[in-house]
Design a binder for this molecule. Structure first.
Ligand code: F6R
Length: 235
């Protein structure tokens, strides 16, 4: 595991974008696993900047996102599909049909989950998975639990996640209580993992994840068993 202590958020974002750009240079047909939330926003801005400077093209890139809220349609501004379109995809030459986000607004969420795993499998797996980390140690929306969930599945969000994510909503009541998330299996099968953690408030959980026991109570701790992880942290 490689751990980089960036001097600030700008540096973290630049270094993360560089790793993604290198991946695209090595393989312009890469499958990128992407995350939402505040942490990757700077990285996405850097990728857009590089695209505008004609340093990189995304026309052959495919993406799979980690998760989506249950019950939010793609045109809902709080949905993760909307987030991805408005913070990244709309500014690149990526083909929208090559960007995948779980559909949280389907009647049959079980078959959607199974379908999502098939999409990842049919793409040949993930070359580089970008991750943030929740204050409770979640990756994607794999919340602390008694076991690791291998496949894409529906989860009940923990009170800590609901509280943390309420900053994107009018109030806590509006935060969906469930999400559909990629499982630990697809994340661990990614060839490379890039975990970003921004801010002092993430330091404690990051330490537990990287140096504590490997336990589903701290889902990110499973990354200790992955053989190609880069972590970028800044206070
Ligand atoms: C988002 C996701 C989550 C976030 C995590 C950190 O797609 O999968 O695991 O990465 O909740 O969120 P921020 O970056 O907002 O602190």
């Amino acid at each position: 595991m490689k751990i980089i202590n960036a001097k600030n958020y700008e540096e973290l974002s630049k270094q993360a974008a560089d790793i993604i750009l290198t991946q695209i240079k090595i393989n312009p047909f890469s499958v990128l696993g992407l995350a939402t939330g505040s942490t990757p926003l700077g990285t996405y801005k850097e990728l857009i900047k590089s695209y505008n400077e004609k340093l990189v093209y995304f026309k052959n890139i495919k993406t799979v996102n980690l998760d989506e809220y249950v019950g939010l349609s793609p045109d809902n501004p709080q949905s993760y599909r909307y987030f991805m379109n408005h913070n990244l995809f709309d500014f690149l030459d990526i083909k929208k049909e090559n960007t995948f986000v779980p559909n949280g607004c389907t009647k049959n969420i079980e078959s959607e989950a199974e379908n999502y795993d098939n999409i990842i499998k049919n793409l040949g797996g993930i070359d580089l998975q970008l991750l943030g980390i929740g204050l409770d140690g979640h990756i994607g929306f794999n919340e602390p639990s008694n076991c690791f969930f291998k496949n894409t599945h529906t989860v009940n969000l923990t009170p800590s996640t609901i509280k943390a994510n309420s900053r994107f909503f009018k109030n806590e009541e509006e935060v969906p209580k469930q999400a559909v998330t990629m499982g630990i299996g697809a994340i661990m099968q990614a060839k490379k993992v890039l975990l970003l953690a921004n801010g002092k408030q993430k330091e404690d959980i990051l330490n537990k994840a990287l140096f504590g026991n490997i336990t589903p109570k701290v889902p990110a701790s499973i990354l200790q068993l992955h053989n190609n992880v880069t972590v970028i942290f800044c206070e």
